[in-house]
Design a protein around this ligand. Structure first.
Ligand code: GLU
Length: 632
């Protein structure tokens, strides 16, 4: 707790210049950026060389994408270079396709690197397993200077030392047995092929030197470091050794990485010291945690970047979202911070003030995704951009449809795929490409992810069983207590209040404007049927559908009994939209109706009208039966 109040590191100066009211805990622990004044102090003045150094032991996930992004941003914001380096020194944990997937995911996200595997660069190779001679040469350098020594202890001996430490409750780690072996003996034993590792010689009882971290300020470990391993018995370097040598040789100026590496950094600083090198600047960004403050894990959370890809998230949205997990643009003046930013904008606003402490992931992604879709729709170059977006999303929609289709026979709410959605014969897709594209465009504004989009638009893909119509009608009539339907005379002036509810009780004269359809939804269907029937296939466009149908929609009323103390009973209100939603999609929630009708086409619309009519008649018969049963 105390540490939350500690003012240290980069925030110190700026905080002191602020009025006292800013000295609140959240100002230190939360987002420090808005209390900082000028951007010039927040970026290095020289071009930064940064790197993303993944180990191919797993796939890119939210946390590692964020690390890559911050490094990328710093390089781009300062006119520097962003490198990718593969840290594959732990050969036992390599996942075979991890490396290729990492490249694929980074490219998808648009984080192109200036140097790295496959493209090369002046400081290659960029894969650690191809740099073993470099590490050995540097290990020899430390052996020669006496800063390192060979350790011939076997794994069994090391286990025994560990057990002894545990027994004695000490944490000194390796007991330095081999540090006393004379150099010539050590060289001879190594030359004779005796297995060994190389360890750094650390000074007894002296903790590692402190260093400055851009997020955490001055960091000093209380632990006395053990003589840690530089080159393992298998000849591969440890992560620490290779990482430091490469960062130095590749002239990395800034290392931005997850806070889990903070505890390793003292060892790195010791290595820089042993070589007499200047360490880079470090920034350890907070760990991503869920709402229960649990560290995000592959096992518990669906955080793989490919799964975001498959859900249909746009790279621009995902990057924007990830950027905000521990960073935000500076506030200028009193203006509210705009959080929706494309990559270019983030680069232009980038600075090195990160949030300290764990970062809880939030649910802004859906909002951000939706923002970009809407923005794309509003662009003048609309058709091409839409095309680009749908190219990203359509394959994911297809996949999601496939998933629903697999379990469809067990789902009483879905019939077979409707005729207009079916693909041409030679096409192996479930839904025609052209149809899918148009469907996406109808409701693109509400797209968040492929799966939920398919469910939202299920009515445009699958038939709706008659049973669903009956049930929906039942709910409408019973739960919403619809009493009677009315159709307003076509020549009658709009009742006062236009299409707002009017009270039939208040002004009985108004009744003259309406003809009663009774409690008979089938009659409402007939009216729609007659109107729609007149529209020819050629005139089947959104515009003419709207023109023809609007007057009818606005003339269908229902009396409904409203519950609640303050409501009048017997209010009459426009029911036309309800009616049409019930006729077209059994009352289900989904995209706008008229564009949906345009997409479905006349034949499918008329087919739905017949299903609705049958369902209405069934419902009316049931009503009649109930009435008779009650009165006998
Ligand atoms: N190879 C480490 C990892 O997998 C890199 C840590 C660092 O950036 O130094 O995350």
């Amino acid at each position: 707790m105390r540490s939350l109040y500690t003012i240290g590191g980069p925030l110190r100066w700026e905080l002191r210049t602020q009025p006292s009211k800013v000295f609140k805990r959240y100002k230190f622990h939360g987002q420090p950026s808005h209390i900082l004044s000028s951007k010039s102090t927040l970026l290095p003045s020289k071009p930064a060389r940064t790197r993303f150094a993944p180990s191919p032991t797993g796939y890119l996930h939210l946390g590692s994408l964020r690390t890559a992004l911050y490094n990328y941003l710093l390089a781009k914001a300062t006119g520097g270079q962003f490198l990718v380096r593969i840290e594959d020194t732990d050969q036992t944990r390599i996942v075979s396709d991890a490396e290729s997937k990492l490249y694929e995911d980074l490219k998808w996200a648009g984080l192109d690197w200036d140097e790295g595997p496959s493209i090369g660069g002046d400081f290659g190779p960029y894969k650690q397993s191809q740099r073993l001679p470099t590490y050995n040469q540097h290990a020899s350098q430390l052996l020669d200077s006496g800063r390192a020594y060979r350790c011939f202890c076997s794994p069994a001996e090391l286990d025994a030392i560990k057990a002894q430490n545990i027994k004695e409750g000490t944490s000194i780690g390796y007991n330095k047995t081999c540090s006393h072996i004379p150099e010539d003996v050590s060289t001879r034993r190594a030359a004779a092929g005796e297995p060994h590792c190389v360890r750094l010689r650390c000074e007894h009882e002296k903790p590692a030197p402190p260093f400055h971290d851009m997020v955490y300020g001055r960091y000093k470990t209380p632990f006395v470091p053990e003589d840690f391993i530089l080159i393992k018995r298998d000849g591969y370097p440890t992560y620490h050794f290779a990482n430091v040598i490469d960062d130095h040789l590749m002239q990395i100026t800034h290392v931005i990485r997850g806070a889990e590496w903070l505890v390793s950094t003292p060892r790195h600083v010791m290595l820089y010291d042993a070589f007499g090198w200047e360490p880079p600047e470090f920034a350890h960004v907070g760990l991503l945690v869920d709402s229960n403050r649990q560290k995000l894990s592959k096992r518990l959370h669906d955080i793989g970047i490919s799964s975001y890809r498959e859900k249909g998230y746009l790279p621009v949205a995902l990057l924007n979202y990830v950027a905000l997990l521990g960073w935000s643009p500076l506030r200028t003046g009193q203006k509210k911070i705009t959080e929706t930013m494309d990559l270019e904008t983030i680069i232009s606003k980038f600075h090195l003030r990160f949030t300290r402490g764990d970062i809880r992931i939030n649910d802004k992604l859906a909002f951000i995704q939706n923002y970009y879709l809407k923005r794309i729709l509003a662009q003048p170059e609309y058709p091409e951009t839409i095309q680009q977006v749908s190219n990203v999303i359509l394959p994911n929609l297809e996949k999601a449809i496939g998933e629903v289709e697999k379990g469809r026979s067990d789902n009483p709410l879905l019939g077979p795929i409707i005729v207009p959605a079916r693909p041409a014969e030679e096409d192996s897709n479930l839904v025609g490409k052209d149809y899918l594209r148009k469907m996406f465009e109808v409701d693109m504004k509400s797209f968040v992810d492929a799966e939920s989009h398919v469910w939202r638009n299920a009515n445009l893909i699958w038939e709706i069983p008659e049973e669903s119509y009956v049930q929906a009608l039942d709910i409408e009539m019973e739960q919403n207590t619809v009493d009677n339907f009315w159709v307003k005379h076509p020549d009658a002036a709009a009742p006062e209040g236009g299409n707002r509810p009017i009270s039939a009780l208040q002004d009985p004269d108004i009744w003259d404007m309406f003809d009663s359809l009774g409690r008979k939804p089938s009659k409402v269907v007939d009216l729609f049927h007659a109107t729609v029937q007149e529209i020819t296939d050629e005139a089947w466009t959104k515009e003419s559908l709207e023109k023809k149908m609007k007057p009818l929609i606005m003339s269908i009323y229902s009396d409904r009994e409203e519950h609640g103390k303050d409501r009048e009973r017997g209010r009459r209100q426009v029911w036309g939209w309800h009616a049409l939603r019930w006729i077209m999609v059994a009352g289900n929630v989904g995209p706008a109706l008229i564009p949906s009708m345009e997409l479905l086409g006349k034949a499918e619309t008329m087919r739905r009208m017949s299903v609705a009519k049958r369902a209405a008649l069934r419902w009316e018969q049931d009503e009649m039966k109930k009435f008779k049963d009650n009165s006998s």
